[in-house]
Design a protein around this ligand. Sequence first.
Ligand SMILES: NC(=O)C1=CN([C@@H]2O[C@H](COP(=O)(O)OP(=O)(O)OC[C@H]3O[C@@H](n4cnc5c(N)ncnc54)[C@H](OP(=O)(O)O)[C@@H]3O)[C@@H](O)[C@H]2O)[C@@H](O)CC1
Ligand SMILES: Nc1ncnc2c1ncn2[C@@H]1O[C@H](COP(=O)(O)OP(=O)(O)O)[C@@H](O)[C@H]1O
Ligand SMILES: [K+]
Length: 508
Amino acid sequence: MYIVTAEEMYEIDRYAIEHGGIDGRILMENAGRAIAERLIKQEAGSQAAAVIVGSGNNGGDGFVIARYLLQSGFRVKVYQLASNQKITGDALYHKQLFINQQGLIEDNVDAEMLQDDLPNYHFVVDAILGIGVKGEIRSSIRPFIDLLNKSDKKVISVDIPSGLPANEGIDKDIAVKADFTYVVESPKQSLFTEWGAPYYGEWEVVPIGIPEQAYSNHSSLKRWGKQAFVSTFPKRDTYSHKGSHGKGAVIGGQRTMPGSVTLTASAALKSGAGLLTIATVEDNIPIIASKCTEAMYQVLEDRDGVITKNHTDLFKAFDGLAIGMGMGRDEVTANFSQKLIQALDMPMVIDADGLHHLKPILNTVSERNHPIIITPHFGEMAMLTGYTIDEMKRKPFSIAKEFADQYQLYVVLKGKFTIITSPYGDQIVNDTGNAGLAKGGTGDVLSGILLAMIMQNQSTMAALGNACYIHGLSAEMRVKSGENTEIDLLASDVIDGLSNVFRTLSDV
Ligand SMILES: NC(=O)C1=CN([C@@H]2O[C@H](COP(=O)(O)OP(=O)(O)OC[C@H]3O[C@@H](n4cnc5c(N)ncnc54)[C@H](OP(=O)(O)O)[C@@H]3O)[C@@H](O)[C@H]2O)[C@@H](O)CC1
Ligand SMILES: Nc1ncnc2c1ncn2[C@@H]1O[C@H](COP(=O)(O)OP(=O)(O)O)[C@@H](O)[C@H]1O
Ligand SMILES: [K+]
C-alpha cells in the first residue's frame, strides 16, 4: 500500500483522470459511496447524521455521503460552512444530486447554530477540510473544529481529520480529533507520524478506482504488511542445509552487557539463520551459552572486560554481521569496530554502540558492494545527523532519506512507526508493534531478526521490511493471545513469539 504526500495524491488523481479517462466526479462518487456503504454498516442502529462540509472537494465527498445515507433511511442534514457561491466544480455537481433527492442543506452555518443542533444527531461526518488545507486555519473554520473536539458525538472524518496537514514537516495548527477516519485511496504521510496519527483515531482506506500504474511515477513510500511479507519471504527449500540460510556473526557484548548479544543471536537463530557465532569477551561466554545453546563463539580480546584490538580477518568468512550491541564506547573498542567496518565489505547491521563508532567514519563507507544497515532510534539518529529529536519527529521521512542518500546506507529508523530507507530513495513504513516494545533489549532482538533476514534469499528492502514486520507482529500477538501484557512483555518474549508468527504467516 502506497503512502503519499498531498502533492503526490493530486498527481495520482490527475494521472487517473488524464490517462485512465476517469472523470473527477466519478472519483468523488466512488469515494463518497465507499465511505457511505461502510458507515451504513458501521453505524447501523443510528438514525441521524450531521454532515459538515467545507468549500472544497472534501466537502464534495460529504455531499455524496449525505446522499447515500439519505437513500438508506438516515435522517441527514448537510451543514455547509461556506456560502453557496464557494461550492463549485465536482462538489457543486454532487451538491445538486443531493438537492435533487430532497436533501436538506443549511448554508453559511455559524458554530452556535451547529452546537444547538448537534444533540439531534447520532454521529457527525467531518468533510470540512481535506488534503487541500494550507497555512493557519482561518478564524471562520476554527470554532467548528473546536466544537467537534469538545462534543461527545462520534466524529468520522473523510480522508483526513480536518485541519491536519497531509505531509510531514508542516506545523499543525488546530485539527479535528476523529474517532474514525475513512482515508480516501491512499494513506497520507501524517498517518504514520507520531504527531499526526492520534488525530485519525481508527482508520480504514477506501479504494476509489485509481489504476495501480498511476502510482509508479508518483510515490516511493509503501506500508509493509502481511501481503508484502507473504509475497517476498522465501520458503525453506526441502534440500537446504545450514549453510544455505546464512552464516552470521554477532559482535559485541563487553563484560557488563552479555544480554544484548544473547538476544540478538537468539533472535537471529529463531528467525531462520543457519549458523550463528557470537563474538564477545571471554567472561561472557559461559553466561551466554547457558541461554543460547545453539550458538558458537569467538573470543574477543579484552582489557578488564572492554573489547580491545582484534583481527578483522576473524570475520571474513561470514555471510553477514551484526555489530555494536552491548559493545561499549571505549576508544579502543571503537577503533576495532571502525577497522572491522572498513575492512570487510559484507552485509552488516550496525546498531547501538556501533552507531557511535560509525559516526566518525561515515564518509568512508559509501562505496561498497554490500549493504550497511543502520538501526538508530530517534535519539541515535539525532546523534548521527545533528538534527534535534523534535526536528527528526517533525519530518522523519525526509531526514532519513537525506541521510541514506548522503552516506549510501540503509536506514532503519525505529519508533512507533519504523521507517526503512534505501540508499536509492525508496521507503517502507512498518507500523506493527505496541508499547510493550518500549523496553530495553527489543532493539537487540530486531537486529538479530534483521541479520537473519538479510542472509535469506530476498531483496534487501524486503528483508528489512519483513524483519520489522514480524518483530512488531510478535509483540502484538503475544499481547493479543494473553501470554503477555504490554507491561510485562520482555525482549525474550518477542523472540519466543516468533514461532507463532511464522506459523500464522505460513498458513496464509
Ligand atoms: N482530487 C480528486 O480527484 C479527489 C479528491 N477527493 C477529495 O478531495 C479532497 C481534496 O480536495 P481539495 O483539493 O478541493 O481541497 P480541500 O481539502 O477540500 O480543501 C480546500 C478548501 O479548504 C479551504 N482551505 C484551505 N486551507 C484553509 C485554511 N487554512 N483554513 C480554512 N480553509 C482553508 C480552501 O478555501 P479557499 O482557499 O478556496 O477559500 C478550499 O475551499 C481530498 O481530501 C478528498 O477528500 C476525493 O473526492 C477523490 C477524488
Ligand atoms: N511504542 C512503541 N510502539 C511500537 N514499537 C515500539 C514502541 N516503542 C519501541 N518500539 C520498537 O522497539 C524497538 C526498540 O529499540 P531500541 O530503542 O533500540 O531498544 P534497545 O536498544 O533497548 O534494545 C524498536 O524496534 C522500536 O520500533
Ligand atoms: K476531513
